[in-house]
Design a protein. Structure first.
Length: 153
């Protein structure tokens, strides 16, 4: 059984998952990846009231993460979506995404946005399946090739 819970972004599990996420991005992006060269997320960005960071625990192991960053009173940004390779294909990413969206709704937000890279085909597919639609870029993230939005009902 998978449990989704908030946890500090810079907790040991949060750091471990984000290190694994960044490592995977370095291998999958054609030009590599340097999180410091893009638009780095700060602890402050993912700590209430500015946002929230979630982890997914499967039995005894923490295996995934995802976050919401508040952009303004009506819009949040989905950040740091990552599921460890051995746990993919089981809907854990979708569960975290649902928790992020629910948190945005609880804050009165009506929309969430995100950016991603087309090399992350599994992520692009999941976002499209969950009702996200392509939009024009809303930021200058040099690593992003796709931008999405979803209206929250």
């Amino acid at each position: 059984m998978v449990t989704i819970v908030p946890e500090p972004f810079d907790s040991p599990d949060g750091r471990r998952l984000n290190d694994a996420y960044f490592s995977e991005l370095r291998t999958r992006f054609p030009a590599g990846y340097d999180p410091a060269a893009g638009m780095p997320t700060l602890r402050h960005d993912l700590t209430p009231p500015n946002g929230i960071f979630y982890v997914a625990q499967d039995e005894e192991a923490v295996v995934a993460c995802g976050a919401l960053k508040v952009l303004d009173g009506t819009t949040g940004e989905v950040k740091h979506m990552y599921v460890q390779p051995g746990h993919r294909g089981r809907g854990i990413g979708a569960q975290i995404l649902a928790a992020v969206e629910q948190h945005a709704r609880s804050l009165g937000m009506t929309r969430v946005v995100l950016d991603t890279n087309g090399c992350l085909t599994e992520a692009v597919t999941m976002y499209e399946q969950k009702g996200y639609v392509s939009i024009e870029p809303y930021n200058d993230n040099e690593w992003a090739t796709h931008w999405f939005s979803k209206e929250l009902g």
